[in-house]
Unconditional design. Structure first.
Length: 217
């Protein structure tokens, strides 16, 4: 396996632990709007997805209507939701520092808006490491599981897809990375994640193991 020229990190679930907080609130909001669901269902099906894609899916499959302001209301509530309790994924900073020390380019590419990443990465002290290159699904036409975001990040950073690797934790994100033609490393320490993952992702459950899987010099 060749040394990557660009490492693309997902944010939620890879850099920061926000999925539990977010999906508990999402289950409450959706249930309140008439889409009866649970925290566990949201964790499994909506993690790594943009709220716009979640709304589109629900409204296409059911009679439930979340409202034209659903995404805006959701984003408006994030500063309060993530004001406390957000932590960095264990040992991920160590891997980032190894990538930096090796002189390999890296960035973050998330379904979340850049404003949300500023909040969550800021809470964990990781923001200074990523302010130079932050990509959001709001910058492309289609979010994960489509490859658009990762392809846009690679093109903007100046690298071919084959020279990039993606660190993901969600099924949608893993599928997006594979569709982009990139090597994907799928973090699955989360008990709610699919332990098998979609075909093509290299599974691992401890960030300390990642440096042994990725040839970074």
């Amino acid at each position: 396996m060749s040394v990557p020229k660009l490492v693309i990190f997902d944010c939620d679930g890879v850099l920061v632990d926000t999925e539990n907080l977010a999906n508990r609130r999402l289950a409450e909001w959706l249930s309140g709007a008439g889409f009866a669901t649970t925290f566990e269902y949201c964790r499994k099906h909506f993690s790594g997805r943009s709220m716009a894609s979640v709304q589109k899916e629900i409204e296409a499959a059911t009679e439930v209507r979340l409202g034209v302001d659903f995404v805006d209301r959701w984003n408006a509530g994030l500063p309060d939701l993530f004001a406390h309790g957000v932590e960095a994924i264990p040992y991920v900073r160590d891997f980032i520092e190894k990538v930096r020390a090796a002189g390999i380019a890296y960035c973050v590419a998330s379904s979340a808006r850049v404003s949300k990443m500023h909040i969550t990465l800021g809470q964990t002290g990781l923001l200074p490491l990523f302010e130079h290159a932050m990509f959001s699904s709001t910058m492309v036409g289609r979010g994960k599981p489509f490859p658009d975001l990762f392809l846009y990040a690679a093109k903007t950073m100046g690298f071919a897809p084959a020279d990039c690797i993606v660190i993901e934790d969600s099924v949608a994100g893993t599928e997006a990375g594979i569709a982009a033609g990139m090597r994907v490393f799928s973090y699955h320490a989360d008990p709610y994640s699919d332990p098998h993952g979609p075909a093509g992702g290299i599974l691992f459950d401890d960030m300390r193991a990642l440096a042994g899987l990725v040839p970074i010099g």
